[in-house]
Design a protein around this ligand. Structure first.
Ligand code: SF4
Length: 227
């Protein structure tokens, strides 16, 4: 059982990590998109692929004047596959995009403001029932498009916080999410920036095979350093 004293220590550690990352990398300006709908499309396309390829796919959709929930809902799926080909897994992703558009149109008449007026728990449960949407994608949509108070967990979060010694490494998604949401202040802007900074550190230094610990601003806190 974690004592009150340890509780305080974990809270302080999480904020210290945040401050070190923010000092090094600054505001990440997430999510890189102009509209809520663009956030949703980006969150669906970014699975298993680097962001630069997602940008190419979104640019193709924009160039075809299809970055709109009703237009994507109605557009031919073969055309959609071609447009999103740069984002990889285009058969699967086109099918997921179509499922999500159908969900948005049928549940909310394509009105994202209407969707995000619904409570966090209700939308999350509905999103998780849509084909191809897992917790990380649902939470990215809720936090970055809906400004909802939910912490996003990804593979970088697991790797970095296990190496730091704050996770064991075998936790499930919801357990890691509960950990952050228990110890961090409830603050949408903090959740937004914290996840973005974790992704930045993961892509910059904390690689799976050979982490670049010598350039990491968390090296004094990290247990992996001592191995
Ligand atoms: S010190 Fe190394 S292992 Fe630890 S978080 Fe930084 S890059 Fe990752």
């Amino acid at each position: 059982m974690i004592t009150k004293m340890e509780d305080k220590k974990v809270k302080a550690q999480l904020l210290e990590i945040y401050n070190l990352l923010f000092s090094k990398y600054g505001d990440q300006h997430w999510w890189p998109a102009n509209t809520k709908f663009e956030v949703i499309v980006g969150a669906l396309l970014t699975q298993f692929i680097s962001w630069k390829n997602v940008v190419k796919a979104i640019d193709n959709i924009k160039a075809s004047n299809l970055l709109d929930v009703h237009k994507l809902h109605e557009c031919d799926i073969e055309l959609l596959k071609e447009l999103i080909r740069p984002a990889g897994f285009f058969n699967r992703k086109a099918s997921i995009l179509k499922s999500v558009m159908t969900f948005l149109v049928e549940e909310y008449e394509g009105d994202l403001d209407k969707m995000f007026l619904t409570s966090l728990d209700v939308i999350r449960e509905k999103l998780l029932k849509v084909k191809g949407i897992g917790p990380e994608t649902a939470d990215s949509i809720l936090l970055y498009a809906g400004m909802k108070e939910i912490f996003v967990v990804d593979a970088y979060t697991m790797r970095i916080f296990t190496r730091l010694g704050l996770l064991k490494g075998d936790e499930k998604y919801h357990q890691v999410q509960e950990f952050f949401m228990k110890y961090l202040p409830k603050d949408v802007d903090l959740y937004n920036q914290y996840h973005a900074l974790i992704v930045k550190l993961g892509s910059d230094c904390c690689h799976s095979k050979k982490p670049k610990c010598d350039k990491c601003s968390l090296q004094d806190l990290c247990q992996h350093q001592a191995l």
